[in-house]
Design a protein around this ligand. Structure first.
Ligand code: SAM
Ligand code: SF4
Length: 319
C-alpha cells in the first residue's frame, strides 16, 4: 500500500475503518487468539545511543542503573517462568548500539539462545545493529525473530535519534531478512510525531519485502530524565486508527500492543483488539518500564471473551 491509500483508510469515520480491519483480521486469523509475549532486558542501561524516548540511553540521567549482560542460567530461569505463565514467545532485549560476531558478549548471547530455544517458545532478540554474519549465527543458534523497530517516519527519525540513522535501521532489517529470520518491526506513538509520520512509518513497514511477521505498536512511556519525559499520551482513537490501518496494511502480521498499556483503559485495549491487535507483551516489567499485572491481563481477555493462545501446541499462523 502507498501513503495515499493508507491515508484514505485512516481518514474514514472510525467505525467504517474498524469494520474493515475487523473483517481482514478475521479472514486471516480465523479465531480470536491473543499471543502473549514475554520481554526480558538481558543487558540494561548505559547505551551509547541517544534515542530521546529511552531510559537506557547513557545520554540522560534517568536513574536506570547500568547492568552487565545477564548470565545464561539467570535468563533461563526467567524464560522458564515466562513459559509457566503462558508466554509462547520470549524476547530478549539488550541496550546496545549493536553487537559484533567474534566478541565474547555475542558468544554469550548465542549460548543463551541455544538454551532458551529448547523451551518450545518462539525466540526473539533485539540487540541493536547487526549484519549478515551475526544474523546467520543467531539463526543457527535458534532465533526465530529479530526485533528492530523503525520507531517513526524516516522524516521524523532524526528529531528522535542522532547517533544512528533511519538508513542504519533499514540495513539491519535487510540483513535479518537475508538470513531468513522473521522480522519484528514497529514503532512508537506519542513522540510528538504527526498522524502523517505514523502513516509514513506504516508505509515503510508494509513495503518491506517480506512484510514484518510482527509489528509492535508501542505507546510512549514518558520516562523521567529523557527529553520526552513530559510528552502527553496520544488520544485512544488515534491509537485504534493506527492499529486498524496496520492490520489492513499487513494482514498476516502479529500486531502487538507493546509498551504503554498501563496508560490505556481496559475499554481502549478492547477496542484495539477489535481493530486487529492480536498480541500483548505480558509480564510485570517491560525492559525498564511497568506493564499491567499478568492477572489483570488474563482477566481482561476473559472479560471480553478473547481466547489466549495456549503454550502446549504450535503457535497459530495466519492464512
Ligand atoms: N537497543 C536495541 C534497539 O534499539 O533496537 C533494543 C532495545 S530497545 C529498548 C527496543 C525498543 O523498545 C525500541 O525500538 C522502542 O521501540 C521501544 N522503547 C524503548 N523505550 C521506550 C519507551 N520509553 N516507550 C515506548 N517504547 C520504548
Ligand atoms: Fe539504546 Fe535501544 Fe535505548 Fe536506543 S532504544 S538508547 S539503541 S537501548
Amino acid at each position: 500500500m502507498d501513503f495515499s491509500e493508507l491515508k484514505r483508510l485512516y481518514d474514514q469515520p472510525l467505525f467504517d475503518l474498524i469494520s474493515q480491519s475487523r473483517e481482514t483480521h478475521l479472514r486471516h486469523w480465523r479465531g480470536e487468539q491473543v499471543q502473549r509475549c514475554s520481554l526480558l532486558s538481558i543487558k540494561t542501561g548505559g547505551c551509547s545511543e541517544d534515542c530521546a524516548y529511552c531510559a537506557q540511553s547513557a545520554h540522560y540521567s534517568t536513574g536506570v542503573e547500568r547492568e552487565d549482560l545477564m548470565p545464561v542460567d539467570e535468563i533461563m530461569r526467567a524464560a522458564q517462568r515466562a513459559r509457566a505463565q503462558g508466554a509462547t514467545r520470549f524476547c530478549m532485549g539488550a541496550a546496545w548500539r549493536g553487537v559484533r560476531d567474534g566478541t565474547p558478549k555475542f558468544e554469550q548471547v548465542l549460548e543463551t539462545i541455544r538454551e532458551v530455544s529448547q523451551l518450545g517458545m518462539e525466540v526473539c532478540v533485539t540487540l541493536g545493529q547487526i549484519g549478515m554474519r551475526e544474523a546467520r549465527k543467531l539463526k543457527e543458534a535458534g532465533v526465530t525473530a529479530y526485533n528492530h523497530n523503525i520507531d517513526t517516519s524516516p522524516e521524523f527519525y532524526s528529531e528522535i535519534v542522532t547517533t544512528h540513522t533511519f538508513r542504519d535501521r533499514l540495513n539491519t532489517i535487510a540483513a535479518v531478512q537475508e538470513s531468513g529470520i522473521s522480522v519484528c518491526c514497529g514503532g512508537i506513538v506519542g513522540l510528538g510525531e504527526t498522524p502523517h509520520d505514523r502513516l509514513r512509518m506504516i508505509e515503510v513497514l508494509c513495503n518491506l519485502v517480506p512484510a514484518p511477521e510482527s509489528v509492535p505498536i508501542n505507546c510512549l512511556m514518558a520516562m523521567p530524565g529523557t527529553p520526552l519525559a513530559d510528552q502527553p499520551p496520544i488520544d485512544i482513537f488515534d491509537l485504534v486508527r493506527l492499529v486498524a490501518v496496520t492490520r489492513l496494511a499487513m494482514p498476516k502480521a502479529r500486531v502487538r500492543l507493546a509498551a504503554g498499556r498501563t496508560r490505556l483503559s481496559r475499554e481502549g485495549q478492547a477496542l484495539c483488539f477489535f481493530a486487529g491487535a492480536n498480541s500483548i507483551f505480558y509480564g510485570e516489567k517491560l525492559l525498564t518500564a511497568q506493564n499491567p499485572a499478568t492477572d489483570a491481563d488474563v482477566a481482561l481477555l476473559r472479560a471480553i471473551g478473547l481466547s489466549i493462545e495456549p503454550n502446549d501446541r504450535p503457535v497459530a499462523v495466519p492464512t
